[in-house]
Write a protein that binds this ligand. Sequence first.
Ligand code: FAD
Length: 117
Amino acid sequence: KLGNATAKAELGRASWKLLHTMMARFPETPTPDDSLALETYMRLFARLYPCGECAAHFQKLLRKYPPQTSGRNAAAGWACFVHNEVNKRLKKEEFDCNKIGDFYDCGCGDEGGKKED
Ligand code: FAD
């Protein structure tokens, strides 16, 4: 099973970008429904992630480290942590999660996220 390493890496970069940017936009004070939505999203993401080997590993990771959905900082910190767990397994450099603050900007300009356009 050789696969296509370039496509897999590109899929990974795009997916991480989306995930971290979502976390940076998650409400600071989520409703229970917001929290449930994020929890459900992460479970389904892990289940449906198109690289099967990656999905299997990531599902295991989620069982060990359940998604933190109590607020933006917790969610962003959790996503940074699990990405670092994947980095470790792939022998990549770890990211300093204290620097996650302004790193992911969706370019949306609407801090509330409810309207625009
Ligand atoms: P990536 O890991 O894609 O990261 C992209 C950028 O995000 C980095 O350049 C850096 O600026 C930033 N970053 C790095 N670490 C963090 C962090 N902790 N928090 C926030 N930002 C960070 N590939 C495999 O070969 N095998 C697998 O089993 C596998 N499992 C995966 C599981 C998931 C859920 C995902 C999303 C991807 C998986 N991948 C897997 C792909 C792999 O994680 C990388 O995306 C891919 O190898 C490209 O790596 P990269 O070095 O370009 O950086």
